[in-house]
Ligand binder design. Structure first.
Ligand code: AVJ
Length: 320
C-alpha cells in the first residue's frame, strides 16, 4: 500500500509531466507490483543482456570484488540502492558470509513488495545475515545516511539503475552521495557500456513485447490509482537509441487524437495523433565519461570489473 503523501507525489508528478510539452512520465513509477513482476520478465528476455552480464561479473569475480571492498577489515553496512530481487547481491553475500565478514545488509527499494520478497528470500537463504530493509525513493533515503551508523558503508548501485537518471542528473546524484559518506566508504556502480547500437536497441524493443507491456502498465496504474481513463490499446511503445548521446529512450505514442481524464487531478489531457509521452532514459556510458563523472563528483575510480564481452562495467569508487 502507498501512503497518502506518496500518492500525492505520484499525482503531482503526473500533473507536471502531462501538462508539459513534450509530455513525460517518470520511469520510477513503473514499479508497482505488476511493474516489478514485468521487470522480472524483462530480465529473462534473450535481448536484455544487462542482467546476465552483470551476473557473470559477480559470479566469476566474487573473490576479486571481496578483496577490492576490503570486506575482511572491520564491520560495515552493505547498502543496496534499488535492490530489486537481489540475485547478484546474493552471490556477494554468500561469499562474504563464508569469509566471516561482519556486515549488515541494508536493501533500499521503492517497491514494498519487492523488498518483502527479497528480505524473506535472504532470511531463508542466509540464517545468520543481519538485514535492515528500507522502503523508499533512494534519492530521499540518502538524507538519512549521515545519521545511520558509525560503520563503514559500501553502497551498491547495480543493474544500470543509474542509467535512468541521464548524465546531468547522475552527476548531481553522485555529488549528493559524496556529501553524505566518509573517507573509507565505497561505491560500487553498474554501468551499461556503449556498444553496437542494434544490440542496445533490441534490449529495449524485445520481440515478445514485454518492454511494451512494462511501459503501458504505467497507464494502467494511473487508471487504478488516479482514476484515469487511459485506453492502453490506443497507445504504442516506441524505443530509440541515439549513439552520440549514448541514450536509449522509450516513449508511448498516442495512436490517435484523444482526450484522457484523470479524476484525482480533476483534469483532462489532450493527445494529438502520434504525440509521444517520454517515459524512460537508459543512459549508456564510456569509460572516459565514467572517469570524468567520478572526478567531478569527488571520487576516484579504484577498480573496474568487466564481463567477457566488455558490454558492462562494475566500477568501484572511493571518495577523495
Ligand atoms: C532497471 C533502469 C536498469 O533501464 O535497463 C528495462 C529498466 N526499462 N527495460 C533499464 C528497463 C526497460 C532498466 N533499469
Amino acid at each position: 500500500m502507498q501512503s497518502a503523501s506518496q500518492q500525492n507525489t505520484f499525482a503531482a508528478d503526473v500533473l507536471r509531466g502531462l501538462s508539459a510539452s513534450p509530455k513525460y512520465l517518470s520511469s520510477k513509477y513503473f514499479y508497482d507490483d505488476e511493474g516489478s513482476r514485468l521487470f522480472q520478465e524483462i530480465m529473462k528476455l534473450p535481448e536484455y543482456y544487462l542482467t546476465r552480464v552483470e551476473y557473470e561479473i559477480f559470479s566469476e569475480q566474487t573473490a576479486e570484488i571481496y578483496a577490492a571492498f576490503k570486506a575482511e577489515i572491520g564491520e560495515f553496512d552493505l547498502i543496496e540502492l534499488g535492490a530489486g530481487d537481489g540475485a547478484k547481491t546474493s552471490l556477494l553475500v554468500d561469499f562474504f558470509l563464508k569469509r566471516q565478514a561482519a556486515f549488515t545488509y541494508v536493501p533500499i527499494d521503492i517497491s514494498a513488495e519487492a523488498l518483502k520478497c527479497l528480505s524473506e528470500k535472504f532470511a531463508a537463504q542466509f540464517s545468520n545475515l543481519s538485514i535492515q530493509a528500507e522502503q523508499g525513493d533512494y534519492f530521499l533515503t540518502l538524507q538519512t545516511f549521515k545519521s545511520k551508523s558509525e560503520r563503514r558503508k559500501i553502497i551498491l548501485f547495480l543493474g544500470s539503475n543509474i542509467g535512468n537518471f541521464g548524465k546531468a542528473q547522475a552527476q548531481d546524484f553522485f555529488k549528493s552521495l559524496r556529501a553524505v559518506i566518509n573517507e573509507g566508504d565505497g561505491l560500487f556502480i553498474g554501468f551499461d557500456l556503449q556498444k553496437d547500437p542494434r544490440t542496445i536497441l533490441r534490449a529495449y524493443d524485445d520481440a515478445q513485447g514485454v518492454t511494451a507491456e512494462f511501459n503501458l502498465n504505467l497507464l494502467t496504474r494511473m487508471n487504478r490509482e488516479l482514476g484515469a481513463d487511459f485506453n492502453e490499446k490506443e497507445f504504442s511503445h516506441y524505443a530509440s537509441y541515439h549513439p552520440i548521446e549514448g541514450a536509449a529512450r522509450s516513449f508511448l505514442m498516442s495512436r490517435k487524437a484523444q482526450t484522457v481524464s484523470v479524476e484525482a487531478l480533476n483534469e483532462t489531457f489532450h493527445f494529438a495523433a502520434w504525440e509521444p509521452i517520454f517515459m524512460e532514459i537508459s543512459q549508456k556510458y564510456t569509460l572516459s565519461i565514467i572517469e570524468e563523472m567520478a572526478q567531478a563528483s569527488g571520487f576516484e575510480v579504484t577498480e573496474n570489473f568487466f564481463d567477457d564481452k566488455k558490454f558492462y562495467v562494475n566500477s568501484l569508487w572511493k571518495p577523495i
